[in-house]
Design a protein around this ligand. Sequence first.
Ligand code: NAD
Length: 483
Amino acid sequence: MKHLYINGQWIEGLGDERPIINPATEEIITMSKDATSEQATKAILAAKRAFNETDWSTNSAKRVSTLRQLADLVEESKYSLAEIESENTGKPLRESEIDVEDVAGCLRYYADLIEESKPFEKTMADGTVSRVVQEPIGVCGLIVPWNFPLLLGMWKLAPALAAGNAVVFKPSELTPLSILKLTELLEQTDMPKGIFNLLTGDGKVGAALVESDLVEKISFTGSSETGKRINEQCASTFKRVSLELGGKSPLVILADADIEKSAEWAAYGAFFNQGEVCVASSRILVAKEIYEEFLTKLVANVAQIKIGSPFEAHTELGALISQKHLEKVESYLLMGIEEGAHIVCGGKRLQRQGYFLEPTILSNVKQNMRIVQEEIFGPVVTIQAFEDEAEAIKLANDTKFGLAAGVLSSDVKKAKKLASSIKAGTIWINSYHTPYIEAPWGGFKQSGIGRELGPHGLLAFTETKHINESTSLETLGWYQFSH
Ligand code: NAD
């Protein structure tokens, strides 16, 4: 059971042992042993050594070709990677297959970006040539959650490696399996030993990365609570940090929107990946004129969503990640009812093995309720009616989060105006959910700091160096020296 990968070697963790569970069957897939803090230090030292002693940070052509090699290997292993991902997360196989395609796409995108990148250069008025180069930071600690283990991992890994860094990667303790398989593929590339290191384990292993003086950058995706702690720890040494955190994203449906299509997008926005998506549109805000008709349509749609094993061809909604998480989501339903909300549909577990919960719509909600303000991270959506656009904007912005939003309307001009008033890092007009590798992703307010994807995602793994170049040393004449 060698689940750690340090300096090009598979090693057994010497820490706690934990079962890795299939959430759709509750069966143990395998046992895994966490890294200890000593093993974390070994991985960090191996990364530091590889960063300093190999040509990885300076040889961009090698990085480009290695990333492309890995993309080829990912594509060749598409089905086994997708199967592993679905078995470990409970998500429908068709979704895992899309994730794996995007993983390969992300590698190719950053390989292309590095190949095409040129330093900024300008000759200044005094003849100085000003050159701005992006240099790798050094050892980067990459910490990811369980909802898209491979894809969110690659959103960090591809730009970190493309920029020339060495990395220590820590997946969620619940979902290490697809990253283990990816590591086997990485081994087959020309990447120097020690540039990629993998540590499995829980928050203690992540904390070891955050606390190490040798780790120069932390890129974290996870809850706002953990992100806050990491941000505070990094601040004491000015460690570079990027944070992709939680959300409570609104989907605003204007009175002129097509009700049938809106009801389809609203279900997709809220329940894709069992609602375990940071940008899930977990708050539906709908114009009062169409509220009743829209809700009737939405309920009819949601009742037909097919819940089941990730591997059944017709499955549209899989299992939640764990018993603990299922109980947390259910506790929010109880809390909502106690606060006065109504369960319009769903809300029950499936009577079978696995952590399955029916997609749930909560109405009769008020803005100050915890079910409206806090991230539930499951197949649960609240619905509220608004009087006019001013109220829609007020409700949309009235949480501590600012990750994403959607606006549905047949009047794109009106939707754009509304979008400009919503405080969120990503806004979809007449669509939802699709991330584009070429465009930035991240949050306003307590949804995070920094951006992933696109050129922004690459810059996040670099330091900017400005080199001022004069071709010869002239006499300065600033002081009146007498010789
Ligand atoms: P989490 O914060 O519990 O854990 C995330 C990762 O951090 C895990 O690998 C965990 O082991 C590690 N960790 C825990 N404590 C740590 C510590 N003290 N120091 C360092 N690492 C630590 O989050 P989760 O439950 O795994 O994931 C769900 C959360 O992730 C949700 O809030 C969701 O919104 C967020 N998320 C955000 C995005 C985004 O792009 N903004 C994407 C996906 C998920």
